[in-house]
Design a protein around this ligand. Structure first.
Ligand SMILES: O=C(O)CCC(=O)C(=O)O
Length: 396
């Protein structure tokens, strides 16, 4: 655990935002241990990147809590014309909290006490072994390998499953035709185009695909994010799960679908086989090394930058050094049309930089979490072979 020195920012999930319309809402944060309280206006933010989680959250910046507060803070949202006096309300809010039982934890940006970086920032300083409690069946330390399917064995060993020629043209071509109408290399900006694009939903919720994913994770999976670019995201080494709330805890997978033969120069998907068993990058550990100016860019009034983006300057070299130190191979996925690669939420992977800018890379990416591990996405629908989380973002 990283000791949290200051809590300055919380992210409020989209379901609270959904009911807000034009109402004047204020966030009230109360430290359970000391009863200290802070308040800040709940202001809608314009999304400025794909990998921030911002599209599903509003961000509230509050005056920092002093060292010694935490680890449990309660968040309340109040509707009022004027900012309420959070400290005066704190005793009543804590009494109310006592009646609410267990609530799903919210993502919070916490700044820990920085460690000594004189020897450089190493992967071990940014990561930690995740909570072994409640991991999916195939991530348990002991499993009867003889009882596994070939896909389950590959998943356990490598953290990926490769399905050659899995999806036919009848499924892919209607989507490709629709996607060709989008004049933007990175596809739709909206992270949930599956809400409006039926042709996409058909692919990402294709019953045989969902059945394999369910057999890898151990429960029904729910689609909640798509990347529809026909170019590499150029997002450097990362494990998806470090961008997710802690309750996801391994019940996460993503799929990479080749819509055409992938050109080696286009910036293919790359991964480190077996790295799903490495320690997991931890947001609070990563953020502790941000400079004061970078923190201000994230928490300031404009909030015009995201911490996963800003921290790549030291996260990427730390992961590259770890790959070199372990002497492990990195692999590229050079799929043909209809090939599918499923990867583990803790697998180290990246969208590599293209050798020749502008070379098309026709792919479709979907991210999924187990239905019982997404209390922050309570609205769902079932279609074709699987669930998807319901959001109201317009298709852009
Ligand atoms: O192939 C790519 O561009 C990488 C995609 C990626 O990193 C992700 O979806 O998490």
């Amino acid at each position: 655990m990283t000791r949290v020195a200051h809590l300055e920012v919380v992210e409020v999930p989209g379901d609270i935002r959904a009911g807000r319309a034009e109402r004047k809402l204020h966030a009230l944060l109360v430290d359970e241990a000391t009863g200290l309280a802070r308040q800040g206006p709940l202001v809608s933010r314009t999304p400025d990147g794909l990998f921030e989680g911002d599209l599903r959250c509003d961000r509230v910046t509050v005056p920092a809590f002093p060292t010694g507060c935490g680890p449990v803070y309660w968040l309340f949202v109040a509707e009022a014309e004027e900012a309420p006096d959070a400290q005066a309300l704190a005793p009543a809010l804590l009494a109310l909290a006592g009646t609410l039982g267990d609530r799903p934890p919210l993502g919070a940006l916490c700044y820990g006490t920085p460690q000594d970086t004189s020897g450089g920032i190493r992967f071990s300083m940014l990561s930690d072994h995740p909570d072994p409690q409640g991991l999916p069946p195939l991530d348990q330390p002991v499993v009867d390998e003889a009882a596994l399917t070939p896909e389950q064995r590959q998943w356990r060993r490598e953290g990926v499953v490769l399905l050659k020629g899995f999806l036919g043209d009848d499924l892919l071509d209607p989507y490709i035709k629709r996607r060709e109408q989008v004049d933007r290399a990175l596809g739709w900006i909206t992270p949930t185009p599956y809400m409006q694009v039926e042709e996409l939903r058909r692919i990402c919720l294709h019953p045989p695909l969902m059945a394999i994913m369910n057999s890898l994770i151990g429960e029904e999976m729910m689609l909640h994010l798509n990347l529809t670019g026909w170019a590499s995201t150029e997002r450097n080494w990362h494990q998806d799960e470090y961008l997710s709330p802690p309750f996801v805890n391994g019940w996460y997978a993503a799929v990479w679908i080749a819509l055409d033969r992938i050109d080696p120069d286009s910036g293919p998907f790359e991964y480190v086989p077996g790295s799903h068993r490495w320690p997991l990058l931890q947001g609070e550990r990563v953020r502790q090394f941000m400079s004061a100016a970078e923190r201000d860019r994230v928490t300031g009034t404009t909030g015009s930058a995201s911490w996963p983006h800003l921290t790549q300057r030291y996260v990427t070299p730390a992961i590259e050094a770890e790959i070199a130190a372990q002497g492990v191979e990195t692999r590229r996925f050079l799929g043909e049309k209809g090939d599918v690669l499923i990867w583990h939420g803790r697998l180290m992977h990246r969208g590599s930089a293209p050798n020749r800018p502008g070379v098309e890379r026709r792919s479709l990416i979907g991210h999924y979490t187990g239905v019982n591990h997404r209390p922050d996405m309570p609205n769902r629908r079932f279609d074709h072979g699987g669930y998807y989380a319901v959001f109201d973002y317009p298709l852009k």
